[in-house]
Design a protein around this ligand. Structure first.
Ligand code: ADP
Length: 747
């Protein structure tokens, strides 16, 4: 049977252990500062190395050394490794049981080495020792370490699992197949076991190196992350500081302590000093002649040198353009890196000085207002009413001088005639901070009661609340109000009386009106019957005179012809007048009957124009008729409309001596529009307003009143209104007139 030479195997084992020792020692040397426990690992491998050496020297050294001591070194080494791993992984543990076990182990091994030499017993003892400790390491790596670290130690724990397994297997095989007494002449199995241990040791060394590297890498990563975080924080704080440096409204100047040269200035500096950054950096404040008084600078430098900082110095600076800036200066020594600097803060106090001046002015204004006000002005403590100050107006109103009341409470001098008034004032002030026009009564020094109007507000003086009140005597005003009330009553009474009179007058007027209406109706009735009675003989006069003129009753002398012609003309005039009077009275009496029939408008207009055409032709006038195509039928009173059209066209011809007369008819969406335009004499503005009045005729200085009744337009207007329409006129005196009639004509 082929069997490896056991000594050769052990020599190989010794060499590989030595190699592992070198690797672990260098691992320890490189990482001992950073990690705990690596020394124990090196100690373990040293013990393993020593054990291998002792075993190899069997026969040359006493058996106790080569057997019992060597095996105890192997097992003791594993105890050290366990302790080393605990330290490395930061999971401390106690090892009294292991120390005790080592003693027992040594005793058993020594017994079976020297007293009763037995290879099987020694092999079992060794395997139990290796297995027992390997299981402890597995337990440590699987159960005791944190969950995070478990992944890092997976390989190591697998290797110790294998150690435990191999030891168990060895015990089993040794017990089943007993070997000889000499280790170096034991069989193949033992050789394989030793080779197995050797492999595991190499694997273990590798796993330990990987463990360290892995943990180192994690540490490095978190180190880098921390560093990045720190760098970011630094950058942020740098940005914050440089933003603060730049944006602070005060001037900041960083100078080198050694030579006084300006290193940096901020925006506040360039604004206050008017020097740009480029102009300032690299110069001293003396170069720039910034200090208006050289002594200010030397004073500051003195203090700075003595105490390291100078706070709140007042100094005057000169800007580039020569403007003087009053400022408050603070400075401190600071160290950046190795170098020392001075940081100077210059606060421009010009504005606050101006504000102080404004406050002083406003105080002066208040004092003047306080003392010269004709009203009583007083300042009392809110809490207890103690007077802080009062003006002359107060003395005039109440009789108390400032000397008498300052320091005394208003309650104590019983100045409030009605103490509830003060309560109302204080309540209002506490709620709103201000009270306006509170009516209150006070008791003067002489006991007289003063009714006054008071306005007050809360003010703060030295952190305490006071009432500033202005009080005005309103006795005069109250008297005036009473007078107004009295006058008012008087006025009301008179209005009542007058209203009574007016009502009576109104009733009388109504009665008169009724009587008038009756009279008008009687007049109209009278006129209607009168006219009717007159028309019959008049028609006879006109008819017979016509017969006479035409010579139907025999030839007439020229003189007779003329006389009868006059009778005929006067008769016609009288008939026209009577007709129009009749119409007017019928309209006024409300007896004009209006019909509603459908008729053809173009036919009507043409008929009217044709019947008047001879009159126009007689005067040499052009008569034009223009009817738009949209004009057709209309529902209205045809007879009355015809009367109006006759009248207006007749007037146009009558009052036109030369030129033309035109009738235009058109329709819009809801109206029919008739216009009569002539180039006649026109109507003056003054007459225009009257021509629709009854019997109104325009007088002409050349011909006096025209021939006519002065009723035509009046009747026309009334008729058009009865038809629901309107009539109006436009005229240019001397140039012509246009009369326009609009009648409703729903589309
Ligand atoms: P008359 O019977 O006098 O024509 P009207 O009432 O018809 O009475 O007219 C009143 C007056 O209005 C007329 O006397 C005339 O002076 C003036 N008048 C009416 N139509 C015209 C017109 N087309 N051109 C100038 N004047 C006119």
């Amino acid at each position: 049977m082929v069997s490896l030479d056991f000594r050769t195997v052990f020599t190989g084992h010794l060499l590989s252990t030595a190699l592992c020792a070198v690797v672990l020692t260098s691992l320890w040397l490189k990482n001992r500062e950073r990690s705990d426990g690596l020394g124990f690992w090196v100690a373990n491998i040293a013990l393993q190395l020593a054990a291998s050496l002792l075993i190899l020297l069997r026969g040359f050294v006493p058996d106790l050394l080569s057997m019992a001591v060597a095996s105890t070194l192997v097992v003791g080494g594993i105890v050290l490794l366990l302790m080393g791993l605990e330290r490395y992984l930061d999971v401390p543990g106690k090892h009294y049981h292991n120390y005790a076990y080592l003693v027992v182990f040594f005793a058993v091994h020594a017994y079976f080495s020297v007293v009763q030499p037995n290879l099987l017993a020694r092999n079992v003892n060794s395997s139990v020792g290796i297995g027992f400790l390997s299981l402890q390491i597995v337990w440590l790596l699987v159960r005791r370490v944190s969950a995070d670290a478990r992944a890092d130690v997976r390989m190591t724990s697998a290797i110790f699992g294998a150690y435990a397994f191999l030891s168990g297997a060895r015990i089993a095989v040794d017990l089943l197949v007993p070997a000889g007494e000499d280790l170096f002449h034991s069989g193949l199995w033992d050789t394989l076991v030793i080779l197995g241990y050797q492999m595991l040791q190499i694997g273990l060394t590798l796993s330990l190196v990987l463990l360290v590297t892995r943990i180192l890498r994690t540490a490095l990563e978190s180190d880098i992350a921390q560093r990045i975080q720190a760098e970011n924080a630094l950058r942020l704080s740098e940005q914050k500081f440089s933003a603060a440096f730049e944006n602070i409204p005060d001037a900041l100047v960083l100078t080198s302590l050694a030579d006084g040269l300006i290193i940096d200035v901020n925006h506040g500096f360039t604004r206050i000093s008017e020097y740009t950054q480029a102009e300032a950096v690299g110069k001293t404040t003396r170069d720039l002649q910034l200090w208006a008084e050289a002594s200010d600078r030397s004073h500051l430098v003195d203090v700075l040198q003595k105490t390291g900082e100078a706070v709140g110095f007042e100094a005057v600076f000169r800007s580039k353009s020569g403007r003087l800036v009053e400022a408050v200066v603070s400075a401190a020594k600071i160290v950046i890196g190795e170098e020392q600097f001075i940081l100077t803060v210059i606060h421009d106090a010009t504005a606050s000085k101006l504000a102080q001046a404004a406050v002083a002015r406003s105080e002066a204004k208040f004092a003047t207002a306080f003392h010269t006000s004709p009203d009583a002005v007083n300042i009392n403590r809110l809490e207890d009413g103690v007077y802080l100050d009062v003006n002359e107006g107060f003395t005039k109103l109440t009789g108390y001088t400032a000397a008498e009341v300052v320091g005394v409470s208003s309650v104590d001098i019983h100045i409030w005639d009605n103490p509830a008034d003060r309560e109302r004032l204080v309540a209002g002030l506490v709620a709103d901070g201000v009270v306006n026009n509170l009516e209150a009564s006070f008791k003067g020094k002489d006991g007289s009661v003063i009714v006054a109007l008071m306005s007050a507000r809360i003010i703060e003086i030295d952190g305490e609340q006071y009432i500033l009140s202005v009080t005005r005597d309103i006795a005069d005003r109250l008297a005036a109000e009473e007078e107004i009330l009295r006058l008012n009553d008087d006025l009301e009474r008179r209005v009542r009386e007058r209203t009574g009179e007016l009502t009576t007058a109104n009733e009388e007027l109504l009665e008169a009106n009724t009587r008038l209406d009756e009279a008008t109706r009687a007049k109209s009735d009278f006129l209607a019957s009168m006219s009717h009675e007159l028309r019959t003989p008049l028609n006879s006069i006109i008819g017979f005179s016509d017969i006479l003129i035409r010579g139907m009753a025999g030839e007439l002398e020229p003189e007779q012809q003329k006389q009868i012609g006059m009778i005929n003309a006067s008769g016609k005039y009288l008939l026209e007048l009577i007709n129009e009077v009749l119409d007017l009275s019928a309209i006024e009496a409300g007896r004009m009957h209006i019909e509603s029939v459908v008729f053809d408008v173009p036919a009507l207009v043409t008929a009217v124009a044709e019947s008047l055409a001879p009159l126009a032709a007689e005067k040499g006038l052009t008569l034009g008729v223009e009817i738009s195509p949209a004009v057709a039928m209309l529902v209205s009173d045809r007879v009355r409309l015809e009367q109006v059209l006759y009248n207006l066209l007749g007037n146009a011809i009558k009052f036109t001596d030369a030129g033309s007369v035109r009738v235009d008819v058109r329709r819009s969406t809801d109206e029919m529009v008739f216009s009569f335009t002539d180039t006649g004499r026109g109507i003056s503005q003054r007459d225009l307003t009257h021509i629709f009045d009854e019997f109104y005729q325009v007088k002409r200085h050349d011909i006096g009143k025209s021939k006519g009744t002065g009723l035509g337009l009046t009747v026309s207007k009334r008729l058009v209104e009865l038809l629901g329409g309107s009539i109006d006129v436009e005229s240019v005196h001397g140039a012509g007139s246009t009369f326009t009639v609009r009648l409703p004509a729903p589309g």
